[in-house]
Design a protein around this ligand. Structure first.
Ligand code: UD1
Ligand code: UDP
Length: 372
């Protein structure tokens, strides 16, 4: 069997690594196609190195652009590779423009698509990711839903065949790397941080950063932190802050350390030892509950409602009063903190990568891996 992995951004590399590894353990050589949606060393290569992934077979160097430029260029380049390589299945993960491009290019060549992390819905069609998720799910032949809730979302849209609830590969990634992070990373020492004495911050979502009004709200939160905050900043946010004339305020915010994006081992160690996490990231909402760190989500909706229902995550939005209010409550109310920090992980047991590889190999052997 010849599986092709198409990916291009930081979270896709991290969450596909356990699936790639599972195929290698089963002595199946995966074909790796990197679109180059993310291209800075600290947004891409650092993860390939730290996670010990094999060499990339095709670098497509798509780079940045408008939604259509990026998706369209990726589609054209992915199609060429798929025509040349004719894999048995194309595996994509998540909700980026790379995923949509990979799924569309593949299914139109009648190469079946397997979508890892299928069925997530924020029910907010203004997000590029929501459009990508819905379309990728509908173009896919095999759907790996992380939770029962995600499976139900697919069912509501009439997708019932070949849906497997396998957990989220993010758990595999965390379990495979948490100890390594603790022993290898010196990130706390580098930034002079002590366990449980800082809040870890990330924000990069288009809806939060592309509008000056929303970005200015985030800046107000950063300026009001009641404890040290560390923010490994996504290049998108850095660029927008400069464009909107907000950079000075962030770089001089009293309690805030801003740094470039960090490698996975550094970041995982920062997450694991944080007092709390404030984020608009999807993957970080998941990692927070897996690591038993309270998460305050800087958004008004989430496609990860399981984290809210479990009690480990609160949607605090962008208003300073509410966001900082929750952080202060965590600092002052031990029982509230304990409850949030002991919420059960809803994303499975860390064997999702193995399950995905076994299911795909099984379908392939039975001759069922075909576009219908
Ligand atoms: C993309 C995904 C988002 C995901 C995020 C992971 C889409 C629509 N969005 O958002 O769902 O959460 O990746 O981090 O696919 N840039 C650099 N260097 C890089 C990459 C990007 O400087 O290596 C800058 C460029 O100015 C670029 C901007 O960041 O225009 C945005 O990058 P892009 O890949 O379009 O979207 P993300 O915000 O990274
Ligand atoms: N991450 C990292 N370094 C950072 C920020 C994030 O290694 O500086 C990891 C994080 O642990 C998680 C993933 O990147 O696994 C999340 O990526 P991101 O927030 O960019 O994307 P999203 O999950 O929102 O799509």
């Amino acid at each position: 069997m010849k599986p092709a992995f198409v990916f291009g951004t930081r979270p896709e590399i991290i969450k596909l690594a356990p699936v790639i590894r599972a195929f290698e353990e089963r002595e199946v050589k995966p074909l790796l196609v990197h679109t180059g949606q993310h291209y800075d060393y600290e947004m891409s290569r650092v993860f390939l190195e730290e996670l010990g992934l094999p060499e990339i077979d095709h670098h497509l160097e798509v780079g940045s652009g408008t939604q259509a430029e990026q998706t369209g260029t990726a589609m054209i380049k992915i199609e060429r590779v798929l025509m040349e390589e004719r894999p048995d299945v194309t595996i994509v993960q998540g909700d980026t423009n790379t995923v949509l491009a990979g799924a569309l290019a593949s299914v139109k060549l009648k190469i079946p698509v397997a979508h890892v992390e299928a069925g997530l819905r924020s029910f907010d069609r203004t997000m590029p990711e929501e459009i990508n998720r819905v379309l990728a799910d509908h173009a896919s032949e095999v759907l790996f839903a992380p939770t029962e809730e995600a499976r139900k979302n697919l069912e509501r849209e009439g997708i019932a065949e070949n849906v497997y609830v396998v957990g989220n590969t993010v758990v595999d990634a965390v379990l495979q790397n948490a100890e390594l992070a603790e022993s290898k990373s010196d990130v706390l020492e580098r930034f002079g941080l002590r366990p449980r004495e800082y809040v870890l911050i990330t924000a990069h979502r288009a809806e939060n950063t592309d509008s000056r009004e929303n970005l200015a709200k985030l800046v107000k939160i950063f300026e009001s932190l009641p404890m040290t905050g560390i923010y490994p900043m996504h290049p998108r946010t850095r660029n927008r802050l400069k464009e909107f004339g907000l950079w000075e305020r962030v770089s001089s915010a009293e309690n805030l350390i801003v740094t470039k994006p960090l490698g996975y081992l550094d970041f995982l160690r920062l997450e694991k030892n944080a007092f709390a996490i404030m984020t608009d990231s999807g993957g970080i909402q998941e990692e927070a509950i897996i690591l038993n760190v309270p998460c305050l989500t800087l958004r008004y909706n989430t496609e990860r409602p399981e984290t809210i229902e479990a009690g480990g995550n609160v949607l605090v939005g962008l208003e300073k009063e509410r966001a900082i209010g929750y952080l202060r409550r965590l600092m002052g109310d031990k029982e509230f903190y304990r409850r949030m920090a002991s919420a059960p992980n809803p994303f499975g047991d860390g064997k999702s990568g193995e399950r995905i590889a076994d299911i795909l190999l099984g379908l392939y052997k039975e001759g069922k891996l075909k576009v219908k």
